[in-house]
Design a protein around this ligand. Structure first.
Ligand SMILES: [Zn+2]
Ligand SMILES: [Zn+2]
Length: 156
């Protein structure tokens, strides 16, 4: 048995060196590591993001399909930047690829917190699952009722 302190010692020194390097590198990684640790699942509401002291959250998609929003004002991060750039350069940004102008919240609570007009709720008797956050009424039926009503009150 000749493999003892000496061979162990030589094996340990590079490892020790690597550890030292890791410690130095670690200083730079502290912030990002802490961020990952504290939020394995990014917050989906402004309230959550604020409570966690985070700058961003992943909320309801904007018309362009972005999810990252500012915790301070709920605005889309990418669109805010694009809007600012468009103003600066005078070049209009292209319209959203598919144009669903109104976002639909995944549930009522999110809709209320986000100030979204529509949300996905329990299926109505008509089969439609999209409802108004304010009235809880079925969007499809409300729309049908409105259009069914005589739009013009003729004054004949
Ligand atoms: Zn956006
Ligand atoms: Zn309905």
């Amino acid at each position: 048995m000749s493999a003892t302190p000496e061979s162990l010692g030589t094996a340990r020194s590079p490892l020790e060196r690597a550890r030292k390097n890791a410690r130095i590198l670690g200083k730079h990684n502290v912030v990002s590591q802490a961020g990952i640790k504290s939020g394995p699942q990014p917050p989906t509401t402004r309230a959550e993001a604020r409570a966690a002291g985070l700058k961003f959250y992943f909320g309801v998609a904007c018309a362009y399909g972005h999810h990252r929003r500012y915790a301070t004002n709920g605005m889309c991060v990418a669109c805010s930047a694009a809007h600012a750039a468009a103003r600066r350069t005078g070049v209009r940004r292209p319209p959203p690829p598919t144009a669903p102008p109104e976002p639909i919240a995944p549930d009522l609570l999110t809709g209320r917190v986000e100030g979204v007009i529509k949300y996905v709720g329990r299926p109505h008797t008509c089969g439609c699952t999209v409802r108004y956050v304010r009235s809880l009424k079925c969007v499809q039926c409300e729309h049908a009722r409105r259009t069914a009503r005589t739009p013009r009150q003729s004054s004949e």
